[in-house]
Design a protein around this ligand. Structure first.
Ligand SMILES: Cc1ncc(COP(=O)(O)O)c(C=O)c1O
Length: 429
């Protein structure tokens, strides 16, 4: 590694220190390991532990009353509507409309459950409003995350029986990079397309999907556009309302730092909430707030907006990590966080590109990726490389014989430099 990269890392750390220095120190990184796996499980915000203990205390002392008690502090809420407090920040990160007639965003359940529910909801609506003459076609990709793949197929089977066609577009490389011109061509030409379901960013290659372009192409076919944003939410700015996306889902434990199994969420465009045939998958907590705790299944009416999909009561303990993270986003500004995500991942890209024997699979332009970078060390066994890196770095094996790293705003540029330095030395043997 050249002196230039070292100097640049130091310079960048000096530049960012007054802007996000205290953001970075709001996560515990005292073990001395450079952590680059936020694409899988985000680091723990320091504020989480205090919240956890606080709610354990409320549970212990207030017991059932914790559901209803307002304790007067600004950041508090009774448990029965705890998840609601996450909506404003989540909406900003997703680019939901602040002026929507009903909320477009809600946080509840986990990702696979929400994917399945939303796909079923939209497909049921499409089935019930079609004349049934054609075989409906759904377009997705070959390299979906396994749970998306299984969930999609089960949902389609439940709604359409065996009468549907699923087109899974093939990637153009073994690692799963897509040619989006080809994907759009398929959307344009497949007969009777009713829905497309895609990731916002591929979990293996880190390739970003062009949400607006795909949505426009699907809408030209009068088809619905749905996205799994597990690897996009909190990674870079989304703009779902203006891009007219119909529905999307996300998880809370990657870039939202909510902890293992944290609460997930959904976005549904407001245009759907006035459609009379639109079907909510609701449970007792998806009921209209006016009927809460008092509802009669005979006259059940869902809450308007994304909250109509809520089924169970609030997952308070699964929400605290995301809440702690959102407090940091509100304090330090999402634009700063996204800007640093871009700069630090670009720096990682530059460092990796300069190391002989490193083949980067993720596309280079930031508009075609996020923070996650997948690379392969030519002629080296991936386990050897990971073994050599692990003294002061944590990252993961992916795509069989490749490594993925996701430097984020809580990392330092000098950590990226150390990682690249360690990689360079281990590939010199
Ligand atoms: C793209 C994608 N979809 C779905 C899932 C599954 O999420 P969950 O276990 O929260 O249901 C993951 C998990 O990493 C994922 O990356």
């Amino acid at each position: 590694m050249t002196q230039n990269f070292y100097e640049k890392a130091k310079q960048k750390d000096r530049e960012w220190s007054p802007i996000l220095g205290s953001y970075a120190s709001s996560f515990d990184q005292s073990n001395g390991i450079n952590y680059f796996a936020g694409n899988s499980l985000g680091l723990m915000p320091n504020g989480f532990r205090k919240k956890l203990l606080k709610h354990a205390d409320i549970w212990q002392t207030e017991q059932h009353n914790g559901h209803f008690k307002e304790d007067g502090t600004k950041s508090d809420r009774p448990w029965w509507k705890y998840q609601e407090k996450l909506v404003p920040t989540a909406s900003e990160l997703l680019g939901a409309s602040p002026n929507a007639k009903y909320p477009e965003v809600a946080l509840f359940n986990t990702l696979s459950v929400n994917n399945r529910n939303l796909i079923e909801t939209f497909c049921t609506y499409l089935r019930d409003t079609s004349n049934g003459a054609e075989i409906p076609t759904i377009i997705s990709i070959k390299t979906n995350f396994p749970s998306d793949d299984v969930g999609l197929k089960y949902a389609l089977r439940v709604v359409f029986g065996k009468k549907y066609k699923l087109v899974e577009v093939n990637p153009i490389t073994g690692y799963g990079l897509y040619d989006f011109d080809k994907l759009i061509e398929i959307i344009e030409n497949e007969p009777n397309v009713i829905m497309g379901f895609f990731p916002g960013l591929c979990y293996i290659t880190g390739q970003r999907f062009p949400i607006q372009r795909i949505t426009e192409a699907l809408h030209k076919r009068d088809a619905i556009a749905g996205f799994d944003l597990a690897h996009s939410m909190g990674n870079y700015q989304l703009n779902l309302h203006n891009e007219n996306v119909d529905f999307a889902t996300f998880c809370g434990y990657k870039y939202l730092c909510g902890g293992p199994g944290a609460v997930g969420g959904i976005f549904v465009h407001e245009k759907w909430f006035d459609v009379p045939e639109f079907l909510y998958v609701s449970g007792w907590f998806g009921v209209h707030e006016k009927d809460r705790f008092n509802f009669n299944p005979e006259s059940y009416r869902p809450a308007p907006g994304a909250w109509g999909f809520l089924q169970s009561n609030d997952q308070v303990f699964n929400t605290l990590g995301v809440e702690a993270y959102f407090e940091l986003v509100e304090k330090h500004g999402k634009d700063n966080i996204f800007k640093k995500n871009e700069e630090i991942s670009t720096f990682m890209y530059e460092c990796l590109s300069s190391i002989p024997k490193v083949n980067i699979i993720t596309p280079k332009p930031y508009s075609e990726r996020g923070c996650q970078i997948l690379f392969k060390a030519h002629m080296f066994k991936v386990d050897y490389v990971l073994g050599a890196l692990k003294k002061r770095n944590f990252c993961e094996k992916r795509g069989g014989d490749a490594i993925r790293v996701a430097p984020l705003a809580y990392n330092k540029f000098s950590q990226v430099w150390e990682f690249a330095e360690d990689l360079h030395s281990c590939l010199q043997v």
